[in-house]
Structure formats: C-alpha cells, structure tokens
Design a protein around this ligand. Structure first.
Ligand code: 13P
Ligand code: SF4
Length: 319
C-alpha cells in the first residue's frame, strides 16, 4: 500500500509537469479510474472518452484503455501527444477485423452505408461512413434506416443483431465478437434470475442474444452505471466486464451487484468477465510512460484524416 500511494503521488506530479490528462475506461484497474477522477481527467464509456479528449486543452492525453481508444483520441487530436500505458492492449473485435479483408468486404457491397463500431483499427475506420459506439449505435442506425439506407455493419455480430432487431434495418454483418461478453450464458442467467427475482438485469449489447433477451436495461458502460440509480431497484445482475463494478458500487452505495454467469470461472477461463487487454493498464506502466514519454500512439496522417470523418460524424450527431 505504501508503494501504491507513492506511485499515485508520482503520477499526479507527472500529470501536472507534463500538462497531461488521464482518460480512463470503466474496465481498467479501480486505482486508475479513481486517479483519473481525482486529477481532473475522466472515466467513462468510449463515446465520452473521445469527446472528453477532444475538448480538453491538455497537450498530452494519457489513455488508459485499449488501443482503439488511443487511436480514436489521436485521430481527433492530431496535434496532441497521446500516450498509452501498454500499446499491446488490443481488443478481440479489432483483431478479428483486419483492414484488408474488411476493405474487400466493403468493395463487394458498394451499395451499402458502412457503419463500424469504435472497437476497430484506424484503417478500418478510414473505410467507413460512420463510426458508432455502443451508446449511440442504435440511434444512428435508426436514423440511417429512416433514410432508406442499407447497412454494412462491422465487426460485433451481437451488437449488430441487437441493433438490427430493434430497428428493422437491412444490415449485412461482419462476424466478430468480444471474448469477454461472448462468455455470458443465457441458461445460467435464467437460473440466477430465479434465485434473485427482484434483481434488474443490466447487459452490455456485446453479449449474446440469449443474454440480451433477458435484460431490463441494454446499454453502454455509462448507460448501465446510470441504470443503477433507479430508486425502485436495489439488486442488479451485471453482464459486462466486472471492472465496472467499482463505479457501480460507488454510484449506488448499499445496493447489491451480482456478476452474470459465464461458462467457466476465473481459474479455467482467462477472459471470463474481465478483459485481459484492459487489465494490461497498471499504475506502474502509467507512471513509466509519463516519465519517459514512451508508448506514444501514432496514426498514419492520411488514414487519420479519412478516419476523422466517420468519427466526427458520430460526435456531431451525438451533440
Ligand atoms: P463502452 O463504449 O460501452 O464503454 O464499451 C467499450 C467496450 O470495449 C466494451 O467492451
Ligand atoms: Fe474488446 Fe471485449 Fe475487451 Fe471491450 S471487453 S476491449 S470489446 S475485448
């Protein structure tokens, strides 16, 4: 604990010295989330991380999350320095959608509006018409569907089919998935709900259909945290990365939070309910990158310019 306190003090000093701000996701280590808030940074979902980094005057953004979040920050802020505690922190959705294969998929369907999830590389975004996050994907597809557009969607098939069902839009889908949310199981969730009949079920839409179907609330991480505030519920079953429980417990003290069941447990299943890439962010490597300036995110300027358009479109729509 003494070491931890020292590290935190060191990080606070370095953030000031380097005129840097910490932008963190709800799935990273609780200490990092707290530090972001204590130092005037932010902890939030992907949409708000992008917006916060764009609007903050700091010269350096330190993004505690996964690679696509750092890349999105860099694309929106080509003149700021964007650092990440670990550049190898990626995402199974990003890994499962290589830019060249994705381009071929788009080439084969030139009549479709290309909508990609934030959890993709800069090169994939450069090929898209729209980028969306889980908090706003439904509204954007609804908007495009109302204009009669046919959609090519990538890469998360669960989020895609959830949106497809809700909107009735014509969506051709890439078949990617999140290794963490893919582990939540519908039948086990049904059994757990019987044991906790008063619990509200909060589900991230990267979860499989059988899990989403049992949700009281489906939403982004920020939307799920907001859902804990309802006055008539004291117990929640949570189907998303368990890093979120830290904020939920702070936001709704005294309420009960139960992790939704996964196929295995932490001894047998590495990705069960906690993202192995989000877990690569630590106080130690955060302090180190601030000290050394290592782990800077670079995006090819041409790709960055192209990708900017689809991200900016989403932020304008969200405003
Ligand atoms: P949110 O945008 O809902 O925070 O989701 C990001 C993510 O990677 C979920 O797995
Ligand atoms: Fe990607 Fe899933 Fe990790 Fe989110 S939780 S960063 S979608 S692998």
């Amino acid at each position: 604990p003494a070491e931890k306190a020292e590290l935190k003090e060191r990080i606070k000093r370095l953030l000031k010295e380097k005129q840097a701000v910490l932008v963190a996701h709800y799935y990273v280590d609780a200490d990092l989330q707290d530090l972001a808030e204590e130092t005037g940074g932010c902890v939030s979902d992907s949409l708000e991380m992008a917006r916060f980094g764009r609007d903050h005057p700091a010269k350096t953004l330190v993004v505690a999350g996964v690679r696509f979040m750092g890349e999105t920050s860099k694309i929106l802020n080509p003149n700021k320095t964007v650092l990440m505690p670990d550049l190898d922190a990626t995402c199974s959705l990003d890994l499962g959608c290589p830019a060249d294969e994705f381009a071929a998929f788009c080439d084969a369907h030139p009549d479709r509006t290309v909508v990609v999830y934030a959890n993709t590389s800069a090169a994939v975004k450069a090929r898209a018409d729209w980028m969306v996050t889980s908090s706003i994907g439904l509204k954007i597809v609804e908007h495009l569907h109302a204009q009669g557009k046919k959609i090519l969607w990538a890469p998360d098939r669960h989020l895609g089919s959830y949106i497809q069902k809700q909107t009735g839009a014509d969506m051709l889908m890439w078949q990617g998935s999140c290794i963490v949310h893919d582990e939540f199981k519908g039948i086990e969730l049904e059994l757990l709900r019987k044991e906790h009949p008063n619990a509200k079920v909060l589900v991230h839409p990267e979860s499989p259909e059988a899990v989403v179907a049992q949700a009281d609330v489906v939403g982004s991480t920020s939307q799920l945290i907001a859902a804990t505030q309802v006055p008539d519920a004291n117990e929640f079953i949570v189907a998303t990365d368990n890093g979120i429980l830290h904020k939920m417990k702070m936001a709704a003290p005294g309420k009960i939070f139960i992790e939704a069941p996964t196929a295995g447990n932490s001894a047998t299943c590495k990705s069960c309910a906690h993202c192995p890439w989000m877990a690569m962010n630590s106080l130690q490597n955060l302090a180190d990158v601030l000290e050394t300036g290592r782990n800077e995110i670079h995006v090819d300027p041409e790709i960055g310019r192209k990708a900017y358009t689809c991200i900016d479109r989403m932020l304008t729509f969200a405003a």
